[in-house]
Design a protein around this ligand. Sequence first.
Ligand SMILES: [Zn+2]
Length: 336
Amino acid sequence: MAQYPVVDNSTIEMMSKAFLPVQGLRDHIISYVLDVKEIAEALENECDTNDLSRSFMFWEERDRIKVAAAIIPVDKEYQICLSLTFAQYLWSVGLYLINYFDNCVQIPMMNAVGLNIHNYQPDLDAVSYAEEQFFLARQLTRTVCRESFFYTYNILNPGPYKDIIEHANGAMLGATLFLFTHELAHNYLGHTHILNTYARSVADEKAADHVAMDFIESTFDGPNGTTNKIGIALLFSSLLLMGEDSISGSGTHPHIDVRIAYIVDRLQLDPMDNIYGLIGSAIRLWLLVYGGLTLQEDMASGPFTYYKDFYDHYLSLLTSTRQRRYPDLVPPAWEV
Ligand SMILES: [Zn+2]
């Protein structure tokens, strides 16, 4: 367990004002988006010619997470909004997934194939802190108990976990970059200006994912490329881990396994890329928690040569579980 933090006065002042610790990264979320030239230019253009609002809104969902992000009509314009509560959830899931993967998947896998030449040892203290954050993240899907986020080390008071917290901060920024760009894409594609129908919305969501990837792809070869790829993997892992029914698109979005397969394909990863391992770990976790896979079945899985094989294995199990549980919600024509 993490020790309760010793707090200095400057931290107390920030903490008393913050809704959740992630609020300390609010300005970073905006500047991170504007740093991507293609996105900044598109935003400018949408504001000038397509009724996009120049103001941006953060929602504080004080009961539980209901909406991750949205673009909504405000005074004849369309405003992009992100939920800070969902951003906190993203951050906490990211901290957990990264540390779980690094310590509990990657090191044992390196040991198994004799590749741990530096003799890395799992950091069990980091894993314990990360599990605590994951517990807090899951709470946000049911109720917001903001104080519990300040009883442990956090973004505003990182203590001994500074390095892993900064890593999670980066992943959260990459994830919110995608969320923001997806909402921008709805305006760019004109979806905000036409009456949305139930029949059309799945196609619109797929198109918005597609355009968001087109914009963000330009960063992949730059200094934030890996962070953004991890962030996108984190976002879809987090959407999946929201609950048992999150595998279904509910007729308004493509099913989550379909979205994940499309997005991961666009990341153009090497078969040994850790990001396959990260998202594969999230899928495996969902399957174990929600009964898509028994522990016995899981123990019989593998061994896997590449992280891509690991990911492919669990994604195909996710797809078959979703097809069994939600066979009819989306018109079959969509899934070709
Ligand atoms: Zn959307």
